[in-house]
Ligand binder design. Structure first.
Ligand code: ZN
Ligand code: ZN
Length: 194
């Protein structure tokens, strides 16, 4: 399909008469494409863009107000540079800036998380103390180990929780929690018992 024949001088004259028209608008007037219009104008050294170009304060993407000089608004520009990812912990889709993702990949990161809490949960589950208890002393050295069997024995021996706390040096809450989590905690009368 060949395009209509058109006198370039007419196009140039029309452009000069209508500086605010876009290439597409001029093209439509002559029945030619905007690309062809631009080629004609460019060859003649005439401005191809409309004087209105970049001056609209409405973003063409979201139809919200934007800064005068930018082609699209800041939010849409940002959106274009955001990528959707799936959290490796909770499976939810979240949005992150492309540049951040690229940096993470460059740093050898293979997992992504929607927030630091989920990152922590994931690391805890895969590298945590439950799986590698030998690391506990390295990282949690100041947490004294609770002798749960001892607490349970003392409770069975008739000591009250507050007394066990005094005897073992564990916090009352720790004693209570230990007993509550033990088979004793499943008794209906616990923790009212003592
Ligand atoms: Zn926008
Ligand atoms: Zn998550």
């Amino acid at each position: 399909m060949s395009e209509r024949k058109v006198n370039p001088n007419e196009v140039i004259k029309y452009r000069k008469k209508n500086p605010c028209f876009s290439g597409a608008e001029i093209g439509r007037h002559f029945g030619i494409s905007s690309q062809r219009t631009n080629i004609i104008l460019k060859e003649a050294g005439v401005k191809t863009t409309s004087t209105k170009w970049g001056k609209s304060t409405i973003c063409p993407v979201c139809k919200e107000r934007k800064a005068h000089q930018s082609a699209i608004c800041g939010k849409c520009y940002k959106d274009a540079h955001n990528v959707p990812l799936i959290c490796d912990q909770c499976g939810k889709i979240f949005i992150r800036q492309q540049s951040q993702v690229l940096t993470a990949v460059k740093n050898g990161q293979t997992k992504v998380f929607c927030n630091n809490k989920h990152k922590g949960q994931y690391l805890g589950e895969t590298h945590g103390f439950r799986i590698h208890p030998e690391n506990r002393s390295k990282f949690g050295g100041n947490t004294p180990k609770v002798d749960q069997a001892n607490i349970i024995d003392l409770f069975k021996a008739g000591y009250k929780q507050i007394e066990i706390s005094d005897l073992t040096g564990d916090k009352y809450a720790t004693v209570h929690y230990t007993l509550f989590k033990s088979e004793l905690g499943k008794k209906e009368n616990f923790p009212k018992v003592r």
